[in-house]
Design a protein. Structure first.
Length: 387
């Protein structure tokens, strides 16, 4: 089986050292760099370089045990699937590409612009299929420690993924500010947990709906089973995940606009505090189905305005992509002149990631006013228990 894994990895652009290191870590969890070098027959510098490369694409994680750094393989099926999804989300250049279920962070040696997304997924699935029989599951980090700090976005992501995999009842999240750039690594785990019957509830700033894209918001609610509420950004001050009322993972942006870092704890007092924070934010927020319906009304009216003033089919297609997929829209705009015009006329604005998003006129205050004017029977069709 190790030869099948090596063949699959090398044919996808990985070096022999990375393939040998990954095979060793699949069967040996929580080992240090010296043990990896001995177990693979690599020189310590080469073993270190291989581990760094595997950590960068998040198929391998690291921890500190007894004052030393140790490494372990992430669950291979989800980890490799995440790499393909990431490729499509970041580099797709046709609207239909977003229909593919793909997510992965490819090695630099793979040229993604020449790859068909399904071909990429097939290659990543081949690696996963060869890796799964070699994988020995490890103890969850969140069960080994009472608390832990993650000093980088990669470590924060793997800490969160580890905690999410431990969920058996409910995941409750609040989202404030810039999201982790490693969403493609988190999303497959969330959908697996939802499919297993775990309830996932999220309260986010309204601008998150603007930036994610309306089609993605609707898909998450209607197909993926995400229960999301949108609130006033000024009142959602924390990004955190409360899991089974037992664990809380806290995320925050480093000082000076640096990377997002995180920590987790199982200390009851802190978990209870964040659970209460979620409940307060949820009570003041609006259900996602209502927000999505109101935003859809606005986009249909405003895209109609653009059509009436003579925007070309290509221009309309691009605007629909921006509306539907937000910062995930990889379709190239028809022209720089058109983009400048749309910005000038306030149809476009830059999102928090620096990418173009649709400039919604709707505010939380306006949405809240409309919600307050609805009768109970009108509200019921937007409540999750009624859907």
């Amino acid at each position: 089986m190790e030869s099948a894994l090596a063949q699959a990895m090398i044919s996808s652009g990985f070096g022999d050292g990375a393939a040998r290191t990954y095979a060793f870590l699949l069967g040996n969890s929580g080992v240090g760099l010296e043990a990896i070098a001995v177990g693979t027959g690599l020189r310590p510098p080469d073993a270190g370089a291989a581990v760094d490369a595997l950590c960068k694409i998040m198929v391998v994680g690291k921890d500190r045990m007894h004052e030393r750094e140790v490494f372990y393989a992430e669950e291979p099926k989800t980890a490799w699937r995440a790499i393909g999804i990431d490729w499509v989300w970041r580099l797709a250049n046709q609207p239909e590409d977003y229909q593919h279920d793909a997510t992965l962070r490819l090695p630099d040696s793979i040229e993604p612009t020449t790859e068909d997304s399904r071909h990429v997924m097939q290659r990543m699935e081949a690696i996963a299929a060869a890796a799964v029989p070699l994988y020995r599951p490890r103890a969850r980090l969140v069960r080994l420690h009472e608390w832990r700090i993650a000093a980088s976005e990669e470590q924060a992501t793997l800490l969160l993924v580890d905690a999410l995999r431990s969920a058996s009842k409910r995941i409750r999240a609040t989202g404030s500010g810039r999201r982790l750039p490693t969403v493609p690594q988190i999303w497959p785990v969330l959908t697996e947990r939802i499919a297993a019957g775990i309830r996932y509830e999220r309260v986010a700033e309204l601008r998150e709906a603007f930036e994610h894209g309306l089609s993605i918001v609707e898909r998450d609610i209607e197909e993926a089973g995400v229960r999301v509420w949108y609130g006033d950004g000024a009142k959602i001050r924390h990004s955190a995940y409360v899991i089974d009322d037992d664990i809380v993972v806290m995320l925050r942006k480093d000082e000076g606009g640096g990377p997002i870092v995180g920590s987790f704890t199982r200390r009851h007092v802190i978990v209870a505090r964040y659970r209460k924070t979620f409940q307060n934010c949820q009570a003041a927020a609006l259900p996602g189905p209502f927000v999505a319906a109101e935003l859809r009304k606005e986009t249909e009216a405003r895209l109609g305005e653009l059509r009436d003033v003579g925007c070309s089919p290509a221009e309309m297609d691009w605007m629909r992509c921006v509306v539907g997929f937000g910062t995930w829209c990889g379709v190239q705009p028809p022209s720089a002149v058109f983009v400048q015009r749309m910005e000038r006329e306030r149809y476009l604005c830059k999102g928090t990631t620096g990418k173009w998003v649709f400039n919604f006129r709707t505010t939380f205050a306006a949405l809240n006013s409309r919600w307050s004017s609805l009768q109970p029977e009108q509200r019921s069709k937007y409540e999750y228990d009624s859907i």
